[in-house]
Design a binder for this molecule. Structure first.
Ligand SMILES: *Cc1c(COP(=O)(O)O)cnc(C)c1O
Length: 447
């Protein structure tokens, strides 16, 4: 009779420990400041202690499906053993080395292996740490490209609802997204054109042509095919093709911000692969390391590179960060590339694409919906709402909690709920997300 009681003892001790110790979430609330969070009114953060595949586990053992790929970064699933192994091996060999004047095998190999899958006009790889800096470097490349040649072209053109990151340069090129009001007076000037969503193409072409006529446009910067933060707004490859052609006809450089769309998100390796015309400069980050480590790249054509490749020291690109070209980041990126280039990965991307399409076909006429959209592995459902439908809309918070309660991480952008999974997500996990989306359509009918 004694044994069963002894067997129960550890559970009892665990319970006592828990009730006297503060949770991770509570400890966090006292010391940490979170991004994009009103700390006073936000719910306590959920403390995640482990992850595997598309799932994350919190400190109480609750399991969540990461249906937004942890802010669009994760492509192969959490703590993937192949990535973990390669990171481990690299860390034991060389953790970091200055990248000015020095190089290392993983950086060289990454450049050599990436160029063949990038658009064929791309010739050089510049390393940074995150999407914002990748875009800033792209804009700097475009401006200095003309400066170095003594050509008076300085103007940057971008979409009115663009999102390109949160550093000052990236905020400047970003559109009006209501996050940046306090900094408005500190941002440099950018020409705006409307997002060419279906029905707005002509307005966009006309606005662009008018700006190009001024003759001093240095760069046209865009999120190809999908504007993520603006609410997963989508436009056609044909339209982007035409915009890039117009820019090139006027001697401007095209800068593709593929930070979200890169590495298979849209069904091809890169979103601009859907177009004939090719960008001159490409910013990459989120999927680059498979979601394992922060790292970013800005790639460019040989023509762009040649404008900097001069005898004068002053014509160099003076940009760099302490951890530029970090070997462990490169090792993670190489490991992620191994998985991406495995045919099983493209098969998964196609599986997600066709299941997404089948789901949207079933629900697209639901009375709770304004629009549905899909591009590759991303679907977006725009809910009808009584109130104004901006980022701060309260329907967003109710939807967010609704999904969290069901063990699903779906983080709506205003009234737009999007599903952007790691490619390894299972059919069963996808079905749970679809079921909850359907349930939400009933629950939130009328906003
Ligand atoms: C996330 C994102 C960025 C910014 O990347 P960070 O790594 O968050 O700095 C830039 N552009 C696009 C399109 C993005 O989605």
């Amino acid at each position: 009779m004694g044994l069963p009681q002894i067997a129960k003892l550890p559970e009892f001790v665990f319970f006592c420990e828990k009730s006297t110790k503060m949770s991770l979430s509570q400890r966090d609330l006292e010391k940490v400041w979170h991004p994009y969070t009103q700390m006073k009114t936000a719910a306590p953060p959920i403390a995640i202690v482990s992850g595997r595949g598309a799932e994350l586990v919190d400190e109480d053992g609750k399991v969540y499906i990461d249906a937004i790929s942890s802010w669009w970064t994760n492509i192969h699933g959490h703590s993937h053993p192949h990535l973990a192994q390669k990171v481990f091996e690299q860390a034991q060999k060389l953790e970091h080395v200055i990248f000015g004047g020095f190089t290392h095998p993983s950086a060289v190999e990454l450049a050599e292996r990436l160029l063949p899958i990038l658009p064929p006009n791309q010739a050089r790889i510049f390393f940074t740490d995150n999407g914002s800096t990748a875009v800033e470097v792209g804009v700097k490349m475009a401006i200095q490209y003309f400066f170095n040649q003594g050509i008076a072209k300085k103007r940057i053109v971008a979409f009115d609802l663009a999102y390109h990151g949160d550093t000052f340069g990236a905020m400047s090129v970003g559109g009006d997204l209501s996050f940046y009001t306090a900094f408005q007076d500190f941002l440099f000037e950018v020409e705006r054109i409307p997002v060419p969503i279906p029905g707005q193409e002509t307005a966009c072409f006309e606005a662009f042509e008018k700006i190009l006529q001024k003759g001093d446009v240095a760069g046209f910067l865009f999120e190809p095919l999908i504007l993520g933060s603006a609410g997963m707004l989508m436009y056609q490859p044909m339209v982007l093709d035409r915009l890039m052609k117009m820019a090139h006809e006027h001697g401007a450089l095209c800068i593709a911000d593929e930070v979200m769309t890169g590495f298979g998100r849209t069904g091809r390796f890169f979103a601009t692969d859907h177009c004939e015309e090719k960008p001159d400069i490409i910013a990459l980050s989120k999927g680059l390391t498979g979601g394992m480590l922060p790292m970013a790249l800005t790639t460019c054509t040989d023509a762009v590179f040649q404008a900097f490749y001069q005898d004068e020291k002053s014509k160099a690109l003076y940009h760099g960060h302490s951890f530029t070209g970090n070997p462990i980041g490169c090792a993670a990126a190489l490991a992620s590339l191994d998985l991406l280039l495995d045919p099983a990965c493209m098969a998964n991307i196609q599986r997600i694409e066709s299941r997404h399409a089948a789901f949207l076909a079933k629900i697209k006429n639901h009375p709770s919906l304004l629009y549905t959209r899909q591009q590759g592995t991303i679907i977006a459902l725009e809910f009808k709402t009584g109130e104004n439908s901006g980022y701060f809309n309260n329907l967003r918070d109710r939807l967010y909690l609704f999904f969290l309660e069901r063990g699903l991480i779906l983080r709506p952008l205003g009234n737009v709920v999007y599903f952007l999974p790691p490619y390894c997500i299972t059919d069963e996990q996808m079905d749970r997300v679809y079921a909850a989306l359907k349930e939400a359509l009933e629950e939130f009918a009328g906003g």
